[in-house]
Design a protein. Sequence first.
Lengths: 128, 220, 447
Amino acid sequence: MVKNKIISYTAVFSVFLLILTVAAFSTDYIETVDDSAFEKKTRPPAAFFHDAHNETAGIDDCSVCHHLYEDGQKTDDMSVGMECSECHMSAPEDSAADLIRAYHLQCGGCHMEQKAGPIMCGECHRKN
Amino acid sequence: MTHEIYAFLRGPMVWISLTVFLGGSVYRLASMWRLAKKKDAVIFHYISVFYSLRSLLHWVSPFGSLNMRKNPAMTVIAFIFHVCLIATPVFLSAHVILVKESWDISWWWMPDHMADLLTVIVIGCCLFFAGRRIKRPDVRYLTSVSDYLILAAIAAPFITGLWAYHQWPAFSAMMLLHMASAEILLMMIPFTRLNHMLFFPFTRGYMGSEFGAVKNAKDW
Amino acid sequence: MTKHSVTDVIGIPDEGIDKGAEKLTPEKITRVIRKLLDEEGGARLKVYMETCVHCGLCSEACHFYLSNDNDPKFAPAGKVKQTLEHIIKKKGKVSVAFMKRACEVAFTECNLCRRCSMYCPFGIDIAYLMLFVRRICHRLGMVPQYIQDTAHSHSATMNQMWVKEDEWIDTLQWQEDEARDEIPDLRIPLEKPGADVFYSVIGPEPKFRAQLIYQAAVIMHAAGVDWTMPATPGWDNSDMCMYTGDQEMVARLKKVHFEAAMRLKTKRIVMGECGHAFRSVYDVGNRLLGWKMPPLRLMHALEFYYELFRDKKLTVKQKYEVPVTLHDPCNVVRGGGLHEMARHVIGETCTEFIELHPNREHNYCCSAGGGVINCGPPYAKKRVIGNRVKAEQLAAAKAKGAKTIIAPCHNCHGGLEDIVKYYELDMEIKFLGDIIYECIDKGQPED
């Protein structure tokens, strides 16, 4: 009985772990860009369907967005899993404006360059 | 196409409109100064900083002059209008962020719901002024088409901005209109009656100097 | 109070305007206006014309507007619209008929009282703009007949009323004689070099109101003032040319006046109770002659009286007991800030003083100033019905008991007399000098 119990627990736990692992590497659930550093939100979070976006934009290389700089030099490492604010709002004098600026230049800058994708406030910060 | 128009309005057009506005203002002031030196040199002998400021101070304080006290509604509306007209674009979060993006400088911005309210106030004031132009016989008599056009030019960036912010239908197009109309408005300032923004301190200051220093009287 | 329609008062026939207009062609008008705009239309004109936002906040400053049932044509900016605004827009290409109307607006519908400058948020000097229109009219040879006659007199005789030199001296001697009946040792010192006070009056005083010179002499005598009057041209401080747009003549007139005082080496000029003359000598003529401020100490009668009472040079024997009110004349109050001094003198000489409302700088114009009364009888009705608010203002003071109106200005005096008569207000109008003359210890010998 006890053995059976252990097996079933293990099985349940394994399944759970599996789901968790898969989930951890899946990005399909990302529908907005959000950052915990934004304590109070002036505008609704920017709509961003991660996988659909990358598929449309043809982006395979994660480091295009998830870049990592060291001493002003772009490294081969990536910042996947980090929040942008960990770097872009890390200096003591940085404010929310600096973080907003990083996001806007990152997204909007590319859209302007590519002449594709949303560029005006309401196009990302949708009010539904 | 939208990207090109947006890029133009946000890039070169900003510089064009700022140049026309600032350059035009400097040009208007400088050429008026030169003309004054040539034909009204007497002004420079009578203008007094103290009496200019004395008069200006009365006329920029709400109810600081008798005429303001006699027209309380107009006074309140005119003051609120001018404050909102300047404060809204300067302290709007979206505008501060745009400046931050371009030049990495920023300043305090007001909450969006407040900007929303101020925008509605500006539009409301424009409607009031238009109504006043239609309703009051003396003002109607003075009014020409250009006076309505100026009012419309002021209201336009606020209406389109409000529209774009609230993401009402076709708001992207409205946003482009918003940028274009605001840039046009800026360029209009030195060359239309909106130039009272430039000349008000001088006309009022000169009258204040004449009344104060020569005529020993108040002018408010 | 009777009601009049505006059509009663617009398009009044006037020889000066009508005959002048007959000689004009649109081409000549354009040529003259363009030349004038080019030579004299400077930064002030440009800024004023381009900055006005047509808000209409000046309307309620104008007695013509208020009295003509808020007719927009009489609003200050409305007058600019009917004149300069159109002239500048058309670059001088305006018709003869247009100029006739412009002339009528500038000469007979604006007293140049400057009240509107205190109501315009931008401080636009609308009186200056109206004077520019008058200047155009002057250059076009189109000026109302009566006032042009006084301007002619100025240029021919250096006084306003065609008074000949011997008549002037004769009048002074006559008044001296009269006064010596009352005060045997009284003198009207003519041509006394080095006197403290050079006393000048306006042309109409020797012509119609010689008793004012008599009274002034009595006040001077009682106060022990060392004074004199000139026996030459320059005795007249008045100036209708300032109002016809004839600036060249203004400069000549003021030069003669200042030079008479300087020739006699007097220490200061004291002027009789006249507003426009004060404007001309204190504020306009000096500028045209290149003096920022008058070249020698200048005092309007109000300030002079104030000084006499402050320094206790005069003693009041019997205060004036009839309740009085004071009409603040534009040119000495908005143009000279003498209102508190006037009140001080009234306090010294009268028992009961009732304020008009509005008062001081905000007082309504008498509607006679700015040369309007000098445009003569054709416009008398127009200026009287164009100042119903003045009648209402006076009636309110009367209701509080005021019986005498003190008007320390000749034009105001004339204007108020017409208003009091037309609106049947039954009030008496006096100069401050009249009151002082009645009240003071004149130093008569005991019987």
